[in-house]
Design a protein around this ligand. Structure first.
Ligand SMILES: Nc1ncnc2c1ncn2[C@@H]1O[C@H](COP(=O)(O)OP(=O)(O)O)[C@@H](O)[C@H]1O
Ligand SMILES: Nc1ccn([C@@H]2O[C@H](COP(=O)(O)OP(=O)(O)O)[C@@H](O)[C@H]2O)c(=O)n1
Length: 231
Protein backbone atom coordinates (compact mmCIF):
# COMPACT_ATOMS: atom_id res chain seq x y z
CA UNK A 1 0.00 0.00 0.00
CA UNK A 2 1.54 3.34 -1.08
CA UNK A 3 1.55 6.05 1.58
CA UNK A 4 2.23 8.99 -0.72
CA UNK A 5 -0.69 11.38 -1.10
CA UNK A 6 -0.42 13.73 -4.08
CA UNK A 7 -2.28 17.03 -3.80
CA UNK A 8 -1.99 20.38 -5.60
CA UNK A 9 1.33 22.06 -4.70
CA UNK A 10 -0.40 24.88 -2.76
CA UNK A 11 -2.49 22.42 -0.74
CA UNK A 12 -1.36 22.07 2.84
CA UNK A 13 -1.94 18.84 4.76
CA UNK A 14 -2.20 19.18 8.54
CA UNK A 15 -2.21 16.07 10.76
CA UNK A 16 -3.56 16.44 14.31
CA UNK A 17 -3.31 13.45 16.64
CA UNK A 18 -3.71 12.80 20.34
CA UNK A 19 -5.79 10.98 22.93
CA UNK A 20 -9.45 11.61 23.75
CA UNK A 21 -10.47 15.02 25.08
CA UNK A 22 -7.31 16.87 24.13
CA UNK A 23 -9.28 19.13 21.78
CA UNK A 24 -8.53 17.54 18.40
CA UNK A 25 -12.02 17.91 16.88
CA UNK A 26 -12.72 21.44 18.17
CA UNK A 27 -9.26 22.67 17.19
CA UNK A 28 -9.17 20.96 13.79
CA UNK A 29 -12.60 22.26 12.75
CA UNK A 30 -11.78 25.82 13.79
CA UNK A 31 -8.33 25.82 12.15
CA UNK A 32 -9.74 24.39 8.91
CA UNK A 33 -12.56 26.98 8.84
CA UNK A 34 -10.16 29.83 9.53
CA UNK A 35 -7.67 28.79 6.84
CA UNK A 36 -10.21 27.66 4.21
CA UNK A 37 -9.17 24.00 4.42
CA UNK A 38 -11.24 20.82 4.37
CA UNK A 39 -11.62 18.82 7.58
CA UNK A 40 -11.68 15.08 8.25
CA UNK A 41 -12.65 13.45 11.57
CA UNK A 42 -11.15 9.95 11.28
CA UNK A 43 -12.51 8.92 14.69
CA UNK A 44 -16.01 9.38 13.26
CA UNK A 45 -15.16 6.83 10.56
CA UNK A 46 -14.05 4.23 13.12
CA UNK A 47 -17.18 4.99 15.12
CA UNK A 48 -19.30 4.57 11.94
CA UNK A 49 -17.89 1.14 11.11
CA UNK A 50 -18.39 0.11 14.76
CA UNK A 51 -22.02 1.29 14.66
CA UNK A 52 -22.60 -0.73 11.46
CA UNK A 53 -21.07 -3.86 13.08
CA UNK A 54 -23.32 -3.52 16.13
CA UNK A 55 -26.41 -2.99 13.91
CA UNK A 56 -25.61 -5.97 11.73
CA UNK A 57 -25.19 -8.64 14.38
CA UNK A 58 -21.40 -8.83 14.18
CA UNK A 59 -19.80 -10.09 17.39
CA UNK A 60 -17.40 -7.24 18.17
CA UNK A 61 -15.51 -9.52 20.57
CA UNK A 62 -14.47 -11.57 17.52
CA UNK A 63 -11.67 -10.02 15.41
CA UNK A 64 -12.29 -12.73 12.78
CA UNK A 65 -15.97 -11.76 12.38
CA UNK A 66 -15.05 -8.07 12.27
CA UNK A 67 -12.37 -8.73 9.64
CA UNK A 68 -14.77 -10.68 7.41
CA UNK A 69 -17.38 -7.90 7.51
CA UNK A 70 -15.01 -4.93 7.35
CA UNK A 71 -15.43 -4.13 3.64
CA UNK A 72 -19.25 -4.24 3.66
CA UNK A 73 -20.35 -0.82 4.97
CA UNK A 74 -20.05 2.18 2.65
CA UNK A 75 -18.79 5.12 4.72
CA UNK A 76 -18.91 8.63 3.28
CA UNK A 77 -17.44 11.66 5.10
CA UNK A 78 -18.38 15.26 4.25
CA UNK A 79 -15.37 17.51 4.80
CA UNK A 80 -16.82 21.02 5.20
CA UNK A 81 -15.50 22.13 8.64
CA UNK A 82 -18.63 24.19 9.29
CA UNK A 83 -20.92 21.18 8.70
CA UNK A 84 -19.02 17.86 8.74
CA UNK A 85 -21.20 14.85 7.89
CA UNK A 86 -20.92 11.08 7.98
CA UNK A 87 -23.18 8.48 6.37
CA UNK A 88 -23.14 4.69 6.42
CA UNK A 89 -24.85 3.00 3.47
CA UNK A 90 -26.48 6.35 2.75
CA UNK A 91 -27.88 6.81 6.27
CA UNK A 92 -26.92 9.79 8.46
CA UNK A 93 -24.80 8.32 11.28
CA UNK A 94 -23.65 11.53 12.97
CA UNK A 95 -25.91 11.07 16.04
CA UNK A 96 -25.78 7.29 16.64
CA UNK A 97 -21.98 7.08 16.40
CA UNK A 98 -21.70 9.15 19.61
CA UNK A 99 -23.62 6.75 21.88
CA UNK A 100 -21.99 5.17 24.93
CA UNK A 101 -22.35 1.74 23.33
CA UNK A 102 -20.32 2.74 20.26
CA UNK A 103 -17.74 4.59 22.41
CA UNK A 104 -17.19 1.49 24.55
CA UNK A 105 -16.73 -0.82 21.54
CA UNK A 106 -14.83 1.34 19.05
CA UNK A 107 -11.32 0.49 20.31
CA UNK A 108 -11.93 -3.25 19.78
CA UNK A 109 -13.15 -2.70 16.22
CA UNK A 110 -10.46 -0.17 15.30
CA UNK A 111 -7.71 -2.55 16.46
CA UNK A 112 -8.54 -5.07 13.71
CA UNK A 113 -5.93 -4.76 10.91
CA UNK A 114 -8.46 -5.35 8.08
CA UNK A 115 -10.56 -2.45 9.41
CA UNK A 116 -7.52 -0.18 9.56
CA UNK A 117 -6.43 -1.04 6.02
CA UNK A 118 -9.85 -0.14 4.58
CA UNK A 119 -10.32 3.04 6.62
CA UNK A 120 -6.73 4.19 6.01
CA UNK A 121 -7.20 3.85 2.21
CA UNK A 122 -10.42 5.86 2.48
CA UNK A 123 -8.65 8.59 4.49
CA UNK A 124 -5.79 8.83 2.00
CA UNK A 125 -8.17 9.15 -0.93
CA UNK A 126 -10.11 11.92 0.84
CA UNK A 127 -6.87 13.78 1.63
CA UNK A 128 -5.68 13.40 -1.97
CA UNK A 129 -8.99 14.80 -3.24
CA UNK A 130 -8.92 17.89 -1.01
CA UNK A 131 -7.61 20.35 -3.57
CA UNK A 132 -7.39 23.31 -1.20
CA UNK A 133 -5.71 21.32 1.57
CA UNK A 134 -7.09 19.53 4.62
CA UNK A 135 -6.84 19.14 8.39
CA UNK A 136 -7.05 15.44 9.31
CA UNK A 137 -7.45 14.48 12.98
CA UNK A 138 -7.11 11.10 14.66
CA UNK A 139 -4.66 8.81 16.39
CA UNK A 140 -2.27 7.61 13.64
CA UNK A 141 -2.45 10.35 11.02
CA UNK A 142 1.11 11.64 11.45
CA UNK A 143 2.63 8.17 11.90
CA UNK A 144 0.73 6.02 9.38
CA UNK A 145 -2.05 7.60 7.33
CA UNK A 146 -0.23 10.73 6.12
CA UNK A 147 3.44 10.38 7.12
CA UNK A 148 4.34 13.11 4.59
CA UNK A 149 1.90 15.67 6.05
CA UNK A 150 3.24 19.24 5.91
CA UNK A 151 2.58 19.84 9.60
CA UNK A 152 2.04 17.35 12.39
CA UNK A 153 0.62 18.33 15.76
CA UNK A 154 0.24 16.02 18.77
CA UNK A 155 -2.18 17.37 21.38
CA UNK A 156 -1.96 16.23 25.00
CA UNK A 157 -3.65 17.18 28.30
CA UNK A 158 -3.78 15.71 31.79
CA UNK A 159 -6.33 12.91 32.33
CA UNK A 160 -8.11 15.20 34.84
CA UNK A 161 -8.52 18.02 32.31
CA UNK A 162 -9.65 15.63 29.60
CA UNK A 163 -12.18 13.90 31.84
CA UNK A 164 -13.55 17.26 33.02
CA UNK A 165 -13.96 18.40 29.39
CA UNK A 166 -15.67 15.17 28.35
CA UNK A 167 -18.04 14.99 31.31
CA UNK A 168 -18.86 18.67 30.78
CA UNK A 169 -20.46 17.59 27.48
CA UNK A 170 -22.90 15.15 29.09
CA UNK A 171 -25.32 16.43 31.75
CA UNK A 172 -25.19 14.41 34.97
CA UNK A 173 -22.17 12.32 33.93
CA UNK A 174 -19.88 10.90 36.60
CA UNK A 175 -16.40 12.47 36.46
CA UNK A 176 -14.55 9.47 37.97
CA UNK A 177 -16.27 7.00 35.64
CA UNK A 178 -15.58 9.22 32.63
CA UNK A 179 -11.91 9.41 33.64
CA UNK A 180 -11.65 5.62 34.00
CA UNK A 181 -13.36 4.96 30.64
CA UNK A 182 -11.11 7.50 28.93
CA UNK A 183 -7.92 5.99 30.40
CA UNK A 184 -9.08 2.49 29.38
CA UNK A 185 -9.72 3.62 25.79
CA UNK A 186 -6.35 5.42 25.58
CA UNK A 187 -4.59 2.27 26.84
CA UNK A 188 -6.35 0.10 24.24
CA UNK A 189 -5.61 2.60 21.44
CA UNK A 190 -1.96 3.00 22.47
CA UNK A 191 -1.38 -0.71 23.06
CA UNK A 192 -2.75 -2.20 19.83
CA UNK A 193 -0.31 -3.75 17.36
CA UNK A 194 -1.48 -2.02 14.17
CA UNK A 195 -0.84 1.75 13.98
CA UNK A 196 -1.37 2.59 17.65
CA UNK A 197 -2.04 6.07 19.03
CA UNK A 198 1.45 7.61 18.95
CA UNK A 199 3.27 10.88 18.41
CA UNK A 200 5.24 11.01 15.16
CA UNK A 201 8.93 11.86 15.67
CA UNK A 202 8.49 15.08 13.67
CA UNK A 203 5.23 16.19 15.34
CA UNK A 204 5.00 19.34 17.47
CA UNK A 205 3.58 18.45 20.89
CA UNK A 206 1.15 20.95 22.42
CA UNK A 207 0.04 20.39 26.02
CA UNK A 208 -3.44 21.94 26.21
CA UNK A 209 -4.04 21.36 29.94
CA UNK A 210 -3.62 25.03 30.87
CA UNK A 211 -4.66 26.53 27.53
CA UNK A 212 -8.09 27.74 26.44
CA UNK A 213 -9.48 26.30 23.21
CA UNK A 214 -8.92 29.71 21.61
CA UNK A 215 -5.23 29.63 22.56
CA UNK A 216 -4.81 26.15 21.09
CA UNK A 217 -6.49 27.23 17.84
CA UNK A 218 -4.23 30.30 17.58
CA UNK A 219 -1.14 28.19 18.28
CA UNK A 220 -2.00 25.71 15.50
CA UNK A 221 -2.97 28.47 13.02
CA UNK A 222 0.41 30.14 13.67
CA UNK A 223 2.28 26.86 13.11
CA UNK A 224 0.45 26.29 9.80
CA UNK A 225 1.03 29.86 8.62
CA UNK A 226 4.73 29.69 9.51
CA UNK A 227 5.06 26.50 7.53
CA UNK A 228 3.21 27.99 4.53
CA UNK A 229 5.42 31.09 4.56
CA UNK A 230 8.58 28.99 4.76
CA UNK A 231 7.48 26.73 1.84
N1 LIG B 1 -8.25 23.85 25.56
C1 LIG B 1 -9.48 23.54 25.97
N2 LIG B 1 -9.95 24.02 27.14
C2 LIG B 1 -11.19 23.70 27.59
N3 LIG B 1 -12.06 22.91 26.92
C3 LIG B 1 -11.65 22.41 25.76
C4 LIG B 1 -10.35 22.69 25.21
N4 LIG B 1 -10.23 22.02 24.04
C5 LIG B 1 -11.40 21.37 23.85
N5 LIG B 1 -12.26 21.61 24.86
C6 LIG B 1 -13.60 21.03 25.05
O1 LIG B 1 -13.38 19.67 25.42
C7 LIG B 1 -14.33 18.81 24.82
C8 LIG B 1 -13.60 17.74 24.00
O2 LIG B 1 -12.95 18.37 22.90
P1 LIG B 1 -12.78 17.63 21.51
O3 LIG B 1 -12.33 18.66 20.53
O4 LIG B 1 -14.00 16.83 21.16
O5 LIG B 1 -11.57 16.63 21.86
P2 LIG B 1 -11.04 15.34 21.10
O6 LIG B 1 -11.47 15.46 19.66
O7 LIG B 1 -9.55 15.39 21.26
O8 LIG B 1 -11.64 14.16 21.79
C9 LIG B 1 -15.24 19.71 23.98
O9 LIG B 1 -16.39 19.98 24.73
C10 LIG B 1 -14.42 20.97 23.77
O10 LIG B 1 -15.22 22.13 23.64
N1 LIG C 1 -7.09 7.71 13.42
C1 LIG C 1 -7.86 7.10 14.34
C2 LIG C 1 -8.97 7.78 14.89
C3 LIG C 1 -9.75 7.10 15.81
N2 LIG C 1 -9.46 5.81 16.12
C4 LIG C 1 -10.34 5.01 16.99
O1 LIG C 1 -11.62 5.62 17.06
C5 LIG C 1 -11.97 5.88 18.41
C6 LIG C 1 -12.87 7.10 18.46
O2 LIG C 1 -12.13 8.23 18.05
P1 LIG C 1 -12.67 9.71 18.34
O3 LIG C 1 -11.65 10.63 17.79
O4 LIG C 1 -14.08 9.84 17.88
O5 LIG C 1 -12.67 9.73 19.90
P2 LIG C 1 -12.91 10.93 20.89
O6 LIG C 1 -11.58 11.15 21.48
O7 LIG C 1 -13.36 12.13 20.11
O8 LIG C 1 -13.92 10.43 21.84
C7 LIG C 1 -10.65 5.96 19.15
O9 LIG C 1 -10.77 5.66 20.54
C8 LIG C 1 -9.82 4.90 18.41
O10 LIG C 1 -10.12 3.59 18.87
C9 LIG C 1 -8.36 5.19 15.59
O11 LIG C 1 -8.09 4.04 15.91
N3 LIG C 1 -7.57 5.84 14.69
Amino acid sequence: MSTAVETASSAVIVAIDGPSGTGKSSTSKAVAAKLGLSYLDTGAQYRAITWWMLNNGIDVASPAEIATAAAKPVIVSGTDPSAPTITVDGEDASGPIRTQEVTSKVSAVSAVPEVRTIITELQRSIAAGAEGGIVVEGRDIGTTVLPDADIKIFLTASPEARAARRSGEVKGSDLAATREALIRRDAADSGRKTSPLAKADDAVEVDTTELTLQQVIECVVTLVEEKRTAA
